[in-house]
Ligand binder design. Structure first.
Ligand SMILES: [Zn+2]
Length: 321
């Protein structure tokens, strides 16, 4: 019985492996390349800007780690065609099976390639807060939008959204091929379900959309208090290399993390004080000393709106106190 089971397992993994090189989806024509970060860790750098037919929806990063026992993947890019290219890059480096995929969060640019990995037999892990997104009306609307924007790259014929094999309820550590991995739930911050992956053996942190490098971040409607908690959790991991969800990898992650944290703390402090003293936003903004941040990239585009969003948040927080 045990022998039979082994045989079935071997057969199924051989079958899964044999399927990998064939092009099932239209071949992406953008350059999907893998960049080596450390002994085992790689990332796929996405292009800049919003999704369009020129970048074919390739505007977010993904990562993978080759252990002696198989491959761990972090995020699956923005379409099955892009994920297919990513699998090819992995296959150029190793013939070991792709064992596990961690979904950072359920935003289209990060998980639309998921079915490609599922079909190869990888086990998909995501945080349970994402279960309200998968199959939801909001997700369906997003899909319709995506089809319109991306034409042939996203369509009803090719796109599926397999549910994860494991819904995580919190932080989880695991080992593969003698390498130590830590999955941390850091949401709700950028999204409710935010997961990051820390490859302890390599000191590499795949951080999803929580960290911005060398620039003023876009706060958007993110809850800055929770975002700060998430950043503290990432800082505690003491990463040596950080791969953000968008933009290049960083070998000064502690600087990037503390910069984003300090900026948020500063905004909350200044705008919080203005709210306490009943100073109108415009006046508070003019009075604030921005000299520490005003020379940084994206300051002009982002700072005023960030300050305003935080001002509104601090008003809400002071009402609910
Ligand atoms: Zn996102």
């Amino acid at each position: 019985m045990r022998a039979l089971l082994c045989l079935i397992l071997i057969c199924s993994s051989t079958f899964a492996f044999a399927k990998a090189p064939a092009d099932i989806y239209p071949a992406a024509t953008v350059a999907v390349r893998a960049e080596k970060l450390t002994a085992h860790s790689y990332y796929i750098p996405g292009m800049a800007g919003a999704a369009n037919t020129r970048n074919q929806g390739f505007m977010s990063n993904a990562g993978f780690v080759i252990t002696p026992a198989g491959v761990v993947v972090f995020d699956t890019l923005g379409s099955p065609s892009l994920a297919q290219e990513m699998v090819k890059r992995i296959r150029e480096l190793t013939k070991l099976p792709i064992k596990r995929v961690i979904v950072s969060h359920y935003h289209a640019d990060h998980y639309y390639g998921i079915q490609v990995f599922k079909d190869l037999g990888a086990e998909i892990w995501a945080h349970e807060a994402g279960s309200s997104v998968v199959g939801s009306d909001a997700a369906k609307q997003r899909f319709e939008q995506r089809k319109e924007i991306l034409g042939q790259w996203i369509n009803d014929q090719t796109q599926r959204f397999p549910a994860p094999d494991v819904w995580l309820s919190g932080d989880t550590d695991f080992e593969l091929g003698g390498m130590q991995f830590r999955v941390r739930h850091v949401g709700p911050a950028h999204s409710d379900e935010d997961l990051v992956l820390f490859v302890e053996t390599d000191g590499v942190l795949y951080a999803g959309d929580l960290v911005f490098k060398g620039r003023v971040p876009f706060v958007g409607d993110a809850d800055s208090k929770r975002w700060l908690n998430a950043l503290e959790k990432l800082i505690a991991l003491q990463p040596k290399v950080l791969v953000p969800g968008h933009g290049g990898a960083s070998d000064t992650p502690m600087e990037d993390l503390t910069l984003t944290r300090d900026y948020l703390v500063f905004l909350r402090h200044e705008m919080g004080r203005a709210v306490d003293e009943l100073t109108p936003f415009e006046e508070a903004y003019e009075k604030t000393d921005w000299s520490r941040y005003e020379k940084m990239p994206a300051f002009l585009e982002a700072n005023r709106r960030n300050a305003y969003n935080i001002y509104i948040q601090m008003e809400k927080e002071s009402v609910s106190k």
